[in-house]
Design a protein around this ligand. Structure first.
Ligand SMILES: [Fe+2]
Length: 574
């Protein structure tokens, strides 16, 4: 087969592969100017794609965004929309309360349509799209929640306007109460909105520019990717973006801390797409767990709601990697990714599993009682049956010590490899706080620090950092964390503030050579996968580029065979 393997660059490369015993060979010439959008889709099963849905990014029409300001809290407003060409029917919406009161809200995610061949290749998986999606939405609306947190994967392909039309039309039809009140969505971005699962190394798939329809159609607070909302003084909802590279997990971790430090709500719900405790098909995302779990526990988050795995699972309260209690600060994790997408079986549960339900389409309903200070959580399936029902009492959240941002001077500096630089850290905190700094190192470089003991606020420290020889030609960051002594004594190791210095390290006299070994990335080897316009080499390209960029001095690659179809050419300068 010959086709566009580096679709973003429009490069045409020779390519071959074998699909379940049948050898396919054909040629497709992809004009460079259309390479980004053109591909060939085929498979051994029919219905690999949905021809009735638009195939490309092209979108005809307009998306109008109207902001209504100065609204009263806890009030119903009626509206129509349209223009000279016609007006819609009348709907209403209800604003969030400002005072403490009972709140009913729904949660869940993953309604995306099945792949064409999924039902056939996985007979244990059940999908009845779009009916499963619609029935769950109908049940959700019948409970008249004030809003619904949707934990991602609304659509199969986030770049297809037709998929969004399907979602939006469904929302208009089903996310409406009996008296025509529209139920607002608090959306979370999933991998199907940004395609990270399909192109994990491509490097261009993250962020807003590659998910235009999601971000154009949802008007969200903050940077829209991670944000928080208050529903009266009792409920604080935080949304995070799990579809990001590692460095953005760290950025979000810092933002999350700031956000949680600022709230004194009785209940905190944090939503993101990929679960950090899941017995399902995809399992637990350990990277997210590493970055976010300490903060979720330190700041007393009550409930973490996720999707991605197409099943339902509620954990016991978890703290420090084991079953705990709510009173001890345990966090309850709920996976709820079965709003119509093909269901996944749960083969085996884990130590954290309090309740697991598979092969059902369902959503979660939360009823918060202001007077009783309780939160009742139910799982309700598409037929209205209650399959899980648990009530939590509110708990006293430990007061957090507010720390102001950490100043680092100088914020950046040019250095020779090995040169020592004096850095001043300054933190002004609340009177009486005892704080201690520490530095975060990475394997790319080393730091040498002489650091003082903890200090009372306001505090200032002077450190020395230096860049190792291996950092020649690079810009590297040395991160400083600030801890509360009280936290450390109680075994909490989440920093309260973080900042960094950037060292621009000039090229040294010695050359450095990076050795890179590769083999067996010949191309697309999963015939059941419908997105075969990318092969193994495009996956690797960004990796090669990153390696080469990391050492301008030279990279030597060893290729141990099976590199057919690789593009671009594998020879690198030495
Ligand atoms: Fe997902």
């Amino acid at each position: 087969m010959k086709y566009d393997t580096v679709s973003r660059d429009g490069v045409v490369a020779d390519y071959e592969y074998e699909a379940t015993g049948t050898h396919h060979t054909f040629e497709v010439d992809v004009p460079e100017e259309t390479a980004e959008r053109t591909g060939v889709r085929y498979g051994l099963n029919p219905a690999w794609f949905f021809p009735e849905w638009p195939y490309h990014y092209e979108f005809e029409g307009y998306i109008h965004v109207v902001e209504l300001t100065g609204l009263e809290p806890d009030t119903t407003y009626y509206f129509i929309c349209g223009g000279p060409g016609g007006w819609s029917q009348e709907w209403s919406f209800r604003t969030a309360p400002a005072a403490s009161k009972d709140i009913v809200f729904a949660m869940g995610g993953d309604s995306r349509s099945p792949y064409g061949g999924e039902i056939r290749s996985h007979p244990e998986r059940v999908s009845n799209f779009p009916w499963g999606r619609n029935w769950v939405s109908e049940e959700m609306a019948a409970n008249e929640p004030l809003f619904t947190i949707y934990t991602g994967d609304m659509v199969e392909r986030g770049e297809y306007p037709g998929h969004w039309n399907s979602w939006m039309n469904h929302q208009q039809e089903y996310w409406v109460t009996e008296n025509d009140r529209m139920i607002p969505i608090v959306p979370v971005v999933g991998n199907h909105e940004v395609l990270t699962e399909m192109f994990p190394l491509a490097g261009w798939e993250y962020g807003k520019e590659n998910s235009p329809f999601y971000y154009e159609q949802f008007a969200l607070p903050g940077n829209e990717r991670w944000y928080s909302l208050d529903f009266g003084p009792d409920l604080h909802v935080v949304v995070l973006d799990s579809e990001v590279p590692r460095e953005e997990l760290s950025i979000q971790a810092s933002w999350l801390e700031e956000d949680l430090r600022a709230t004194d709500a009785k209940w905190i719900v944090v939503a993101f797409h990929r679960p950090i405790y899941s017995s399902g098909d995809h399992g637990s995302d350990l990277k997210l767990r590493e970055y976010w779990e300490p903060i979720l526990e330190d700041y007393g988050v009550d409930l973490v709601i996720t999707g991605h795995d197409h099943d339902y699972e509620r954990s016991y309260p978890i703290k420090d990697g084991k079953v705990s209690s709510r009173a001890e600060g345990g966090v309850v994790h709920v996976v709820n990714g079965v709003w119509g997408a093909p269901t996944y079986p749960i083969e085996e549960t884990n130590w954290w599993t309090a309740k697991a339900i598979d092969m059902r389409h369902l959503f979660s309903l939360a009823e918060l009682s202001a007077a009783e200070e309780t939160l009742n959580l139910k799982a309700i399936d598409s037929a209205g049956r209650v399959l899980d029902n648990v009530t939590y009492s509110s708990r006293v959240r430990r007061p957090v010590v507010p720390l102001k941002p950490l100043e680092v001077n100088p914020p950046e500096v040019a250095v020779e490899p090995g040169e020592h630089v004096k850095v001043t850290l300054r933190a002004s905190t609340e009177p009486g706080d005892l704080i201690v700094p520490a530095v975060t190192t990475s394997s790319m470089y080393d730091t040498s620090l002489k650091w003082n003991q903890w200090k009372a606020s306001p505090a200032e420290w002077t450190f020395e950092v230096w860049a190792p020889e291996a950092a020649a030609g690079k810009s590297i960051n040395a991160y400083f964390n600030l801890y509360s002594l009280e936290d450390l004594l109680e075994g909490r190791f989440t920093p309260r503030s973080q900042n960094y210095i950037t060292l621009h390290v000039v090229e040294g006299p010695n050359a450095h050579l990076t050795f890179l070994g590769t083999n067996d990335f010949e191309g697309f080897a999963r015939p059941s996968w419908p997105h075969f316009n990318l092969g193994g080499s495009p996956y690797m390209k960004s990796y090669f580029d990153a390696i080469e960029k990391s050492n301008p001095g030279g990279v030597l690659e060893f290729d141990a065979g099976d590199v057919i179809g690789a593009a671009p050419p594998l020879l690198r300068r030495i």
